[in-house]
Structure formats: structure tokens, C-alpha cells
Design a protein around this ligand. Structure first.
Ligand SMILES: Cc1ncc(COP(=O)(O)O)c(C=O)c1O
Length: 452
């Protein structure tokens, strides 16, 4: 019998299969529920530091952890590697890498930096590089990565060139010019530059760096390897590793991509350099390529690396997916940054096109933030007294020559780094505005805070 006929009657030609209509976009209440584990009393405008993870992804993670505990052998022999491969494949597609073997999953950007720098150290130890060969990094490189460069490179006999960058910054050209100058200085001193470490988005102050352009300059000037520290990038700016053209590129997935702590990817372009990379924790897979080595570095919890499919399900609930999320975050954080700058009589630290989902906003000079200690004390004060979580940047390199660095009669010495993620609401930023205004009105300055 024809399965399309009922009671011997034809129901006509088979109707074309209708594409299921997409589910309605996530509502504000559903977003609230996804982040209901956040402390509701805190205005949390610092997604940049530690990221955030929605409860649907946490629940997928907890399910994986239980599956491991229920039957570890089955999990280890049948589930773990296919699941890690699936996460790597999804990341490969997202960042436009050629091949999944170019994508490794590691704990965090700090680990990725250690992997890249370790092979530089070996090159010095094995005399492939000569003492005095150089590594270039930005002045605004992340503190832990700077220390790593010193630990792995300077100790091995390498020379470190630091590229000074202006802040506030007005254009990409300023950054490009300083970068060229630093490479030329290295060449004039007869140094071979073995590695450039370039941030995609600097942390403090937060600025989007023209990383493709800087990589191109490295190629022109004969720099051996380029490593992009893009800890903040995925979910925050467009990432196309092929287009950027660096040898190595890392981004955390737990900052702006909703993974739980902690997981990052490290892209290593297929090249002789990439075959020299090894995970710093050596285990059974040593010598089988970084991606495979990183998939087993001993017994531990791999669940954060396995939830990438659940993250993609989460972001698919937003209009435009991850691109839609980052576009709206960018627009909103710029709007909020301008609102704060206007309320305080200050300026943004960079033009909006050099911002991502984070913006630097000048703080009133009368707060008298005179050093990094003051910045930390003010941050703590905002947390303790106002329940506002926001990092404060003290600008030690300020030139003092730009009119916009002034706020009334005093110099703007510091900036608040505000973030916007899907869970933020306008009131979070109003609370920061009002807290600073209250301090200013009361005649407060940082000298009044004890250094406890
Ligand atoms: C530019 C940059 N690099 C590296 C890191 C280190 O990231 P993680 O602590 O996740 O290793 C950070 C963290 O904020 C960062 O901003």
C-alpha cells in the first residue's frame, strides 16, 4: 500500500518539506534565568576579566562530569576523544582555520603562551637561535605573558624589545608607526627578530590592535614567527586566522564565548614551526602533534573543553548568533562609555572603532589616582562600598600633552574599563556613574583610602 494514501485516497503531490521556522529569539527573562547564578547585588561590568557561563552550558558540563564519574573507562575509551575532536572542528570552522589539526584545546591563554615560548627557549638552548636574538612584544602585553617572555626568552639569552604605544590612542596608524619603529630599531642594532607577540585586544588599557597589518609588517621585515595573544577575541571581534596570517593564535573560550573556566584554543598554522610545539605537561601522546598531545595530559576534568556544542546551542538563541551578540555588545558598551564620559566630563580612551565589547572611560582627575596602587584601592572601594565590579587602569605613560586628557583643571590619570555582555543592563553602568559622582561630590580622593 502507498503510504501516502489513506482510505485508498490520494492526498495529492507530496508537499515540499517545510523548513522548520527558527525558534523565537531568547527573551530578557530567559537571559536573566541563564545567568541567575550571578550575585544579583553586584553591578558586574567586568566580563573582560573572567568571562561568564550560562546555566544551560553549566548543566551540559555537569552532565559530562557525571558521565565520567558513572563509568570512567567507557568515558575515556569511547567519549572523550570524539568529543574533543567535535569541539575542535567547531572552533576550526568559527575561526576559518584550514585543518582541524591546527586547532588544539588547552586550559587558557597563559598555557598557550607557554607552549609558543617554550619552543623559542629550546631554540636558544639548542643553538638554533643566537644569544641576543630578539622577541618583540607590545608595552601593553598582558602582565602574565610579559613574565612568561622573560622567563622563557630573556633567561635563555634572548633580547626583549618592547613597543611603546600611546594612550589615549586616536588611530590605528599611531600603533602601526610605533610597531615599525621598534622593528627598525631592532634591525639597526643588528638583531634578528625571532618572534613577535602581538595582542589582538590589549587587556589594560583595552584597545583593538590592527593585528593583520602588524603581522604583514613582520613578514616584510623578516620576523621568523608571529604569535597573536587574542585572549579576549572569540565572541568579541571577528576572528579569521587565515586572513590574519600569523603562525600562532590563541583565544580563551571562557571569556567572551560562554564556556566555563577554563578553556582556550591555540591555532598553529601547518608549518615547520608548528611541529616544534609541545604541551608543557608531557604525557602519553608526546610527539603526536600538539593537538593530540593536548587531548590527554593526564587524568583531569576535560568537561570545559567538551561543551562547545552546548555553547553554540546557546548563542543560536540570539538574533544573528555570535556575530549578533558581539555587534550589540559593542554598540551598547560604546553608548554606555559615552554616557559615562559625558557625566564625568572626560573622554573615551580610543575611538569606538578601536573598541570591542570593552571601552576605556576617563575618570575624573580630582579622584587623584596617582599610581597603580591607587587604582587598585579605588577598584576595591567601588566593590566594597558600591557593589560595582570594574577594573581601573592607571595610565603611567600618559603624555599630558593632549587637551582631552584634562578634566576641568586636573589631568585624567586613569580609566575605567567597562565591559558589556548579554546579561548587562543599563542600570549597571548608571550605578558606576552615580558611585563616581557621589565620590567626587563628597570631595573624596584616593589619598583617603588606606592601603590595607
Ligand atoms: C591579553 C591577555 N592575554 C592573556 C590573558 C590570560 O588569560 P588566562 O588567565 O585565561 O590564561 C589575559 C587575561 O585576561 C589577557 O587579557
Amino acid at each position: 500500500m502507498d503510504p501516502h494514501r489513506e482510505n485508498g485516497q490520494s492526498d495529492g503531490p507530496n508537499p515540499k518539506k517545510q523548513k522548520p521556522s527558527p525558534p523565537p529569539p531568547i527573551t530578557d527573562d530567559e537571559i536573566l534565568a541563564e545567568f541567575s547564578h550571578h550575585d544579583p547585588s553586584v553591578a558586574r561590568i567586568n566580563n573582560g576579566s573572567f568571562g561568564s557561563c550560562p546555566s544551560s552550558v553549566l548543566s551540559a558540563q555537569s552532565d559530562l562530569q557525571l558521565r565520567f564519574l558513572r563509568q570512567p573507562d567507557h568515558f575515556y575509551f569511547n567519549s572523550l576523544q570524539p568529543s574533543l575532536l567535535r569541539s575542535r572542528s567547531l572552533i576550526r570552522r568559527l575561526v576559518n582555520a584550514d585543518d582541524v589539526s591546527e586547532i588544539s584545546l588547552v586550559d587558557n591563554a597563559t598555557t598557550a603562551a607557554a607552549i609558543v615560548l617554550q619552543q623559542i627557549q629550546w631554540a636558544f638552548a639548542e643553538n638554533t637561535f643566537s644569544k641576543g636574538d630578539a622577541v618583540v612584544m607590545l608595552h601593553y602585553a598582558y602582565g602574565a605573558v610579559k613574565k612568561s617572555i622573560h622567563a622563557y626568552v630573556a633567561r635563555a639569552g634572548g633580547h626583549v624589545i618592547e613597543v611603546p604605544l600611546p594612550f589615549p590612542v586616536h588611530s590605528e596608524e599611531q600603533i602601526v608607526a610605533e610597531f615599525r619603529k621598534a622593528l627598525d630599531l631592532g634591525a639597526a642594532g643588528g638583531r634578528k627578530v625571532r618572534l613577535a607577540v602581538i595582542d589582538h585586544i590589549t587587556s589594560m588599557p583595552s584597545v583593538v590592535i590592527p593585528v593583520k597589518e602588524l603581522t604583514k609588517i613582520c613578514r616584510e621585515k623578516g620576523v621568523d614567527q608571529v604569535f597573536v595573544d587574542a585572549a579576549h577575541a572569540i565572541g568579541n571581534v571577528d576572528v579569521d586566522v587565515r586572513d590574519i596570517g600569523a603562525d600562532f593564535y590563541t583565544s580563551n573560550l571562557h571569556k567572551w564565548f560562554f564556556c566555563p573556566p577554563s578553556v582556550a584554543f591555540l591555532y598553529s598554522r601547518k608549518s615547520p614551526a608548528s611541529s616544534g610545539l609541545h604541551h608543557p605537561v608531557v604525557s602519553h601522546e608526546y610527539g603526536n602533534g600538539l593537538a593530540v598531545e593536548s587531548g590527554w595530559i593526564g587524568t583531569r576534568d576535560y568537561s570545559a573543553q567538551m561543551v562547545v556544542p552546548a555553547v553554540l546551542d546557546f548563542v543560536a538563541r540570539f538574533e544573528g548568533g555570535i556575530e549578533g551578540i558581539r555587534t550589540r555588545n559593542h554598540e551598547k558598551v560604546v553608548e554606555m562609555g559615552k554616557m559615562l564620559a559625558e557625566a564625568w566630563g572626560t573622554c573615551l580612551g580610543s575611538p569606538p572603532e578601536m573598541c570591542c565589547s570593552m571601552v576605556m572611560v576617563g575618570l575624573p582627575g580630582c579622584l587623584a589616582i596617582e599610581n597603580e596602587g591607587d587604582a587598585t584601592k579605588l577598584r576595591t572601594h567601588l566593590r566594597d562600598e558600591f557593589k560595582v565590579e570594574v577594573p581601573i587602569y592607571y595610565n603611567s605613560l600618559r603624555t599630558g600633552c593632549c587637551g582631552e586628557e584634562r578634566n576641568g583643571s586636573s589631568l585624567v590619570t586613569s580609566y575605567a574599563r567597562i565591559s558589556h555582555q548579554v546579561y548587562n543592563v543599563e542600570n549597571d553602568y548608571c550605578r558606576l556613574r552615580d558611585a563616581i559622582n557621589k565620590l567626587v561630590k563628597s570631595g573624596f580622593n584616593c589619598g583617603m583610602l588606606s592601603s590595607a
